[in-house]
Ligand binder design. Structure first.
Ligand code: YH5
Length: 278
C-alpha cells in the first residue's frame, strides 16, 4: 500500500508505534524538550521494528479536553518535520482538523489517521485533495459520540452491524470525493463509544469487516477494555493487549497501533513464522 512516496507491503502485518505529543506526555512543556524527547522515542520505536509512527497532538482519551488548532499545529508539525528529516519511516498524523492534515502532509506525513472519519468541516475534501496531490492514505475510524462523552452510555443494537454500516458509508463518501479504495484503511475504533462487552464482541467478529475490502488497522494497546477486564493499571496491560492484537491479526488486521513496539513486533514475527510453516 502507498503512503505518499513510500510503499509498505501489507502481506504480513505491520506495527505502528504511538507518539503522543500532548502536554500530559511532556510536563515540562518546552518546545525543544518535546522535539528532543519525541525524536529519541521515535528512534527507539524504529530500532524495535515499527513501520509507522502515529503522531497525535489531540488527547482523545475519554473525557479529555479539546485542543485548539494553533496548539495542535504547534505540537505536531515541528515534530513531524524533524522525524521526516532524521528517519526513513511513514509518519501518520492522528488528527480530525483539515488544517493540521494539510500542514502535516506538507511536513512529510504519509497517512491521515482520523478518529472522526473525515466528518469535521473541510476534512473530507482536504484529505481527498492530499490523496490526489501527494498519494497519502487515510484511516477511517468508527466512534459513537465524541471523546468528552462517548463512554457515558454507549448503546448498540448490533455493534458489528452498526460499525460495518458506518465504515461502509464513510468509505463511500471518500470514494465519491475521488480517494481510491486502495488508499483507505478502516478501523473499528476500540474504546471509542463502546462498553467492555461491545469491544470484545467487535474483536471476536472483526473478520466480518473483510467484505468492506479495505485493509484494517486496530488499536487496543493499554486501553480500558484490557484494564477493566483484568483490573490492571495502564502500565500492566501489555499481555492483555497482545492477546487482543493476536486475535485481531488472525482475523486479518494488517496494522497494529501500539505503545509497546518491541513486544508487538515479536508477536508479528512469531505469527508470520507459524503461518509460513503451516
Ligand atoms: C485507535 O484505536 N486510538 S488515541 C485510552 C487509553 C489508552 C490509549 C489508557 N487514536 C486509536 O490510544 N487511531 C487513538 O487508556 C487512534 N485507532 C486509530 N486509528 C486513544 C488511545 C488510548 C486511549
Amino acid at each position: 500500500m502507498k503512503f505518499a512516496d513510500k510503499f509498505i507491503d501489507l502481506t504480513t502485518p505491520r506495527v505502528m508505534g504511538i507518539l503522543n505529543v500532548t502536554p500530559d506526555s511532556f510536563s515540562d512543556g518546552g518546545q525543544f524538550h518535546i522535539k528532543d524527547n519525541a525524536l529519541r522515542h521515535v528512534e527507539s520505536m524504529l530500532k524495535q521494528g515499527a513501520d509507522f509512527i502515529d503522531v497525535g497532538g489531540e488527547s482523545t482519551k475519554p473525557g479529555a479536553d479539546e485542543v485548539t488548532l494553533s496548539e495542535e499545529l504547534e505540537r505536531t508539525i515541528p515534530v513531524i518535520e524533524a522525524i521526516c528529516q532524521n528517519f526513513d519511516t511513514v509518519v501518520s498524523i492522528d488528527t480530525s482538523k483539515a488544517v493540521v492534515m494539510e500542514e502535516a502532509v506538507k511536513a512529510g506525513a504519509g497517512l491521515i489517521n482520523d478518529v472522526r472519519a473525515l466528518q469535521e468541516p473541510k476534512a473530507l475534501e482536504t484529505a481527498a485533495n492530499l490523496a490526489k496531490s501527494h498519494g497519502v492514505a487515510v484511516c477511517l475510524m468508527h466512534m459513537q459520540g465524541s471523546p468528552s462523552t462517548m463512554q457515558l452510555s454507549p448503546e448498540y443494537g448490533d455493534v458489528i452491524k452498526e460499525v460495518t454500516t458506518f465504515l461502509s458509508e464513510r468509505k463511500s463518501a471518500c470514494l465519491s470525493e475521488g480517494i481510491k479504495a486502495e488508499q483507505i484503511l478502516l478501523d473499528p475504533g476500540f474504546g471509542f463509544g463502546k462498553s467492555l462487552e461491545h469491544n470484545y464482541q467487535l474483536l471476536s467478529q472483526l473478520g466480518k469487516l473483510s467484505p468492506l475490502s479495505c485493509e484494517l488497522l486496530v488499536g487496543v494497546s493499554r486501553k480500558s477494555m484490557i484494564g477493566n477486564l483484568l483490573e490492571r493499571e495502564v502500565d500492566e496491560r501489555l499481555a492483555g493487549g497482545l492477546a487482543c492484537a493476536i486475535y485481531a491479526i488472525m482475523q486479518g488486521a494488517k496494522i497494529i497501533r501500539v505503545h509497546d513496539v518491541k513486544e508487538s513486533v515479536d508477536v508479528v514475527k512469531t505469527m508470520n513464522k507459524i503461518i509460513e510453516c503451516s
